[in-house]
Ligand binder design. Structure first.
Ligand code: PLP
Length: 323
């Protein structure tokens, strides 16, 4: 007989960090699943879903800031591109998915949200091993905005370790299909924690820097920016940095970035929908340049957040009247 968490002694709850926490707690938010809008705690899928069993899924995450989606069109475009490459079909077009995302955010009431759309291969009603016989499953949810870097790290810069783990090569998985193949990234993270760092960068199959758990990376050398070109997710924030650089008259290229080039850079930052442009000031325990957040990084961070109010880059969430 199982006991519910409500009646369970608090001391029996697992300790995470320095607190006893309910392992069944969920962030405040709203999900869309099987035609229904549900609280996050009720949005559940079968253990037989291939998304879970085989990581056979694609997804995208867009954020809402001050009640506005940032570059939603680009996120929808990447998501639908992934669906096509994985031969998945969903019963919604781009407008239909956009409407569901608006509804999830509006129902959640969040003004700053992390909004995910995803599709799993689903399960086969006949338990066939043939993926063509699985019923693909679309879902979406909106939860509070989250960032790779916390407020203190955004101020002083992240401490990063470079792990020797290699990102799954593009010949195996096209990185443009945003996916949950994260074992390399998670193992890299543990390497970083073991070395006292806060997050990790891992390598591409040539030994150059690739990306980290949920972010791309840039370095600045003599006022010019570069970011790894192969074996990485073409991030929307990465693309946004290119667009901002074009406006600011800064040179930016996608190219090989060696570990040495990163260590010797004038400035380093990472980019993600989960946090935007985030400074890095230490790599493997050694400061980058003078160890302070650099001027180009600071300028781009400011421009990035300014664009969140600009109708050319963002669009308002359809909250209910007065909401
Ligand atoms: N690289 C990986 C592996 C990611 O998972 C993500 C985002 O989740 C990124 C890079 C950054 O992409 P974006 O800027 O579109 O959030």
């Amino acid at each position: 007989m199982s006991r519910t968490m409500a009646t369970q002694d608090k001391k029996q709850l697992p300790v995470v960090g320095d607190r006893h926490v309910d392992p069944h707690s969920y962030p405040e938010g709203v999900a869309f699943l099987d035609g229904q809008y549900l609280p996050m705690s009720q949005a559940k899928i079968s253990v037989l879903d291939w998304g879970f069993l085989h990581s056979d899924a694609t997804y995208d995450t867009v954020h809402v800031w001050n009640g506005r989606f940032f570059r939603l069109d680009l996120h929808l475009g990447r998501f639908f591109g992934g669906l096509e490459k994985l031969r998945m079909t969903i019963p919604f077009d781009r407008d239909g998915v956009a409407e569901i995302l608006h509804n999830c955010v509006a129902l959640s009431g969040h003004r700053a949200a992390y909004v995910e759309m995803l599709c799993t291969r689903g399960a086969s009603p006949t338990f066939s091993r043939d993926p063509r016989q699985a019923v693909n499953r679309f879902m979406a949810f909106a939860v509070p905005f989250g960032s790779v870097a916390n407020a203190e790290q955004l101020q002083r810069g992240l401490r990063v370790a470079i792990s020797d783990k290699v990102r799954i090569p593009p010949a195996s998985i096209d990185p443009a299909i945003k996916n949950y193949h994260w074992l390399d990234l998670v193992r890299g993270l543990y390497d970083a924690y073991d070395r006292g760092a806060e997050t990790a960068l891992i390598l591409d199959f040539n030994g150059n820097v690739a990306e980290g758990p949920g972010f791309n990376v840039f370095c600045v050398w003599d006022g010019k920016l570069s970011t790894p070109s192969i074996g990485v997710l073409p991030g929307i924030t990465r693309r946004t940095v290119f667009d901002l650089c074009a406006e600011e008259g800064l040179a930016a290229t996608a190219t090989d970035v060696s570990v040495a080039a990163l260590r010797e850079a004038d400035e380093v930052f990472i980019t993600s929908t989960a946090g935007g442009i985030m400074p890095v000031t230490e790599i493997d325990g050694v400061r980058i340049a003078d160890g302070k957040v650099g001027p180009i990084t600071s300028r781009l961070m400011a421009r990035y957040w300014q664009k969140h109010d600009d109708p050319a880059w963002s669009s308002p969430v359809n909250y209910p009247e007065g909401g």
